[in-house]
Write a protein that binds this ligand. Structure first.
Ligand code: 6PG
Length: 510
């Protein structure tokens, strides 16, 4: 196609799978795009795809071969979207755009999974050159094409410009039912429904929220994998049988995108041998870092997120394949025995409840973490709105997010999701089954770190008295770290002179 010169609404850099699909999504919604990638092949592939999909009769995408050309093809002030890997590539592009003449009132939107602290630093660093805005995208390639969940943050001035565009391309949920509105065809646009995007807060807040989304994603995935493991190893079910169970569960409170795709994965067979592909996939999990960042942040803030951390550890343990193979020949576990059908059915039901309760814990941890981070960094996060924009488009989308939305709409100050009436009821009704499923899996020797660490979290949270009294005494014994007493004035510090004969307790001046 000969490209006519026209001034575009948006510049786009980074035409990998996510970038290319975001461009086509923007184009479907009536925006003209000047697109650039260091690989000209990717630019050409985008133009070719747009020629197939574009039914408007006028060009929608202009392929550029340099940063300078990209800027020259845009309406001013320039709006440029980046879809590139987090880290150095973002800075390199920012520097290149400065070299190409970007202006202080131009906006660059980073849609990658950048570390939130990098985003805060970049906003400051580039302040005099351009406005750095960020908006992490969730939803994978299909989400990017037909409606992702978008978590924008940064300058409110930039948001005013970005908002109509973001609301147009985001996933939509039905205003009455809270359910996702399907959009599956190129050229299709959804103009009604609630868009899955909301302004999250100042620089860094959006990337932090996306990081926690991913931490929850890790936990959600691990919980499903552990259920699969129990069903496969302890109940000896086939992939098709497990898919049937998951598919059934997906009609109830566990209804989620991740469970839905797990069903599809479990049913998928190789063409040549008709074997479930999943059984041929090497059991070493990869990770790009967002789950780890979430766990690190929870440790730094002293906000427990054991299900999320355990999900990260599960990926790490999986990567020690050779060591695990060696240990499997040396370390014994329990003898696994086949169960009668009726007992199997009971275990399946218990496992369902265990998954649901563990999922509640994972979300409770994620939301509490965001709450603490918000306090720490001065962000006013609106948790009902965050839950709302995760109802569609993103990887953790699930019916369950409507219940979380309701919980925060009823009480915006909720300290922990487990204290919401709806979730109290769910946990109280299912906790016994949760324990039984964990006992069963443990006695069968199936590792269920996410399911069981969630239960420990639940039990710790509902335990009025924890053994930290002994721990404080130990600390005081070897390090004179002092302790408080429940029978004395709160805040007063005591120390026992453990090394002396009469071990006298003394009051310590703070
Ligand atoms: C999303 C995903 C997306 C990506 C993760 C995968 O919300 O669309 O979370 O961001 O798939 O980066 O992360 P891992 O490679 O760490 O599993």
């Amino acid at each position: 196609m000969t490209q006519d010169k026209f001034l575009c609404d948006i510049g786009f850099i980074g035409l990998g799978v996510m970038g290319k699909n975001l461009v086509l999504n923007l184009a479907d919604n009536g925006y003209n795009i000047a697109a650039f990638d260091l690989s000209d092949e990717k630019v050409q592939a985008l133009i070719a795809q747009d020629e197939i999909e574009n039914t408007t009769g006028t060009p929608r995408v202009y392929g550029c071969s340099s940063y300078t050309e990209l800027l020259s093809q845009l309406k001013a002030p320039h709006l440029i979207v980046l879809s590139v890997p987090a880290g150095d590539p973002v800075d390199q592009i920012c520097e290149n755009l400065i070299g190409a003449g970007i202006q202080p009132d131009d906006i660059i939107i980073d849609t990658g999974n950048s570390l939130w602290l990098d985003t805060v630093a970049r906003e400051k660093k580039y302040k005099s050159n351009f406005l750095l805005f960020s908006s992490a995208v969730s939803g994978g390639e299909v989400g990017a094409r037909f409606g992702p969940s978008l978590m924008p943050s940064g300058s409110p001035y930039a948001w005013a410009r970005v908002k109509p565009i973001w609301e147009a391309i985001a996933a939509k949920v039905d205003k009455k039912t809270g359910k996702p509105i399907e959009r599956t065809q190129p050229g299709q646009v959804i103009t009604d429904g609630e868009p899955c995007t909301t302004y999250i807060g100042p620089a860094g807040a959006g990337h932090y929220v996306k990081m926690v989304h991913n931490g929850i994603e890790y936990a959600d995935m691990q919980i499903i994998c552990e259920a699969y493991h129990v069903l496969k190893s302890a109940l000896r079910l086939t992939c098709d049988e497990i898919a049937d169970i998951f598919s059934q569960w997906n009609k109830g409170p566990l209804d989620s995108y991740l469970l839905e795709i797990s069903v599809e994965v479990l049913r998928h067979k190789t063409k040549d041998t008709n074997t479930p592909l999943v059984e041929l996939i090497l059991d070493k999990a990869g990770q790009k870092g967002t789950g780890l960042w979430t766990a690190m942040s929870s440790l730094e803030l002293g906000c427990p997120a054991p299900t999320i951390a355990q999900a990260v550890y599960a990926r790490s343990i999986s990567s020690f394949k050779e060591l695990r193979t060696q240990a499997s020949a040396l370390l014994t576990g329990p003898q696994q025995t086949a169960l009668p059908a009726a007992e199997q059915q009971e275990i399946i039901e218990q496992l369902h409840d265990a998954m649901y309760c563990a999922k509640i814990c994972a979300y409770a941890q994620g939301f509490q973490l965001m709450k603490l981070a918000g306090k720490e960094h001065g962000w006013t996060l609106d948790f009902a709105s965050i839950a709302k924009i995760w109802r569609a488009g993103c990887i953790i989308r699930a019916a369950f997010l409507q219940s979380i939305t309701n919980a925060y709409q009823q009480n915006e100050h909720l300290d922990n999701l487990m204290l919401d009436d709806f979730f109290i009821k769910q946990l109280n009704e299912r906790q016994l089954n949760w324990r039984k499923a964990i006992c069963f899996a443990t006695m069968q020797g199936v590792p269920i770190g996410a399911l069981s660490s969630s239960l420990a979290y639940y039990d710790s949270m509902r335990c009025e008295t924890l053994p930290a009294n002994l721990l404080q005494a130990q600390r005081d014994f070897f390090g004179a770290h002092t302790f408080e007493r429940i029978d004395k004035t709160p805040g007063k510090k005591y120390h026992v002179q453990w090394s002396t004969k009469d071990r006298e307790t003394v009051v310590v001046d703070s």
